[in-house]
Write a protein that binds this ligand. Structure first.
Ligand code: PNS
Length: 167
C-alpha cells in the first residue's frame, strides 16, 4: 500500500516556494500527486497543460511525483485516487485563516486530512501573481523560479509584448 498525498494549486506558474513544499512532501510520502486545479473563471498566463508540463519536467528528479490537472472539487480528486492527505505550504499567518477554512471544509466533506508545511523563510513572500507582475515590468525573478519557468516566462512576456494591442 503506497502512502499518497496531494499538493494542489493553480501553479501559474510554479515557483521555488511551491517546489520546496513539493520536494519536502516527496520525502514524506511514497507518491506525491501535484494537482493543477482548473479555475474556468480565471485566465492564466499559462494554459493548464503548459503548467503541468513545466511541473512534470521540474519534479522528474524526485522520482515519485505525478502531475495531473483537475476541474472540480479537490476532495473528489482525492477520493477518486484514494489520497488521504493534502499537503499545503503556509507562508505566513496571513495564509492561515483561509487555509484553515479550506482544510476544515475539505475534512467535513470527505474526511481528507490537510497537513501544513511551514514554507522555507527564503520564499515566504513569494506568490505566482507577484512573480508575473515583477517579471512583466522587467524585474529579475531568476532567483525565485526554476530555470525552465524563467525561460517560459521570458518567452510568454515577449510574445505578449509583440501582440498588437486592441483599440
Ligand atoms: O494556488 P492556489 O490558487 O492558492 O490554490 C487554491 C486551490 C486551487 C488549492 C483551491 O482553490 C482549491 O482547492 N480549488 C479546487 C476547488 C475546491 O475544492 N474548492 C473548495 C475548497 S474548500
Amino acid at each position: 500500500m503506497f502512502r499518497r498525498a496531494v499538493c494542489p494549486g493553480s501553479f501559474d506558474p510554479i515557483h521555488n516556494g511551491h517546489l520546496d513544499t513539493i520536494e519536502r512532501a516527496s520525502r514524506l510520502y511514497d507518491v506525491v500527486h501535484v494537482a493543477v486545479l482548473v479555475n474556468p473563471s480565471k485566465k492564466g498566463m499559462f494554459s493548464v497543460d503548459e503548467r503541468c508540463a513545466m511541473i512534470e519536467e521540474i519534479t522528474a528528479e524526485y522520482g515519485n511525483v505525478k502531475v495531473e490537472s483537475h476541474q472540480g472539487l479537490l476532495v473528489d480528486y482525492c477520493r477518486d485516487r484514494e489520497i488521504p492527505a493534502i499537503v499545503k505550504g503556509l507562508r505566513a499567518v496571513s495564509d492561515f485563516d483561509y487555509e484553515l477554512q479550506m482544510a476544515q471544509m475539505n475534512h467535513g466533506l470527505t474526511g481528507v486530512e490537510t497537513l501544513f508545511v511551514p514554507t522555507n523563510p527564503t520564499y515566504s513572500f513569494l506568490s505566482s501573481s507577484l512573480i508575473k507582475e515583477v517579471a512583466t515590468l522587467g524585474g529579475d525573478v531568476s532567483h525565485l523560479v526554476p530555470d525552465l519557468v524563467l525561460r517560459r516566462l521570458t518567452e510568454r512576456i515577449a510574445e505578449r509584448r509583440a501582440q498588437p494591442t486592441k483599440p
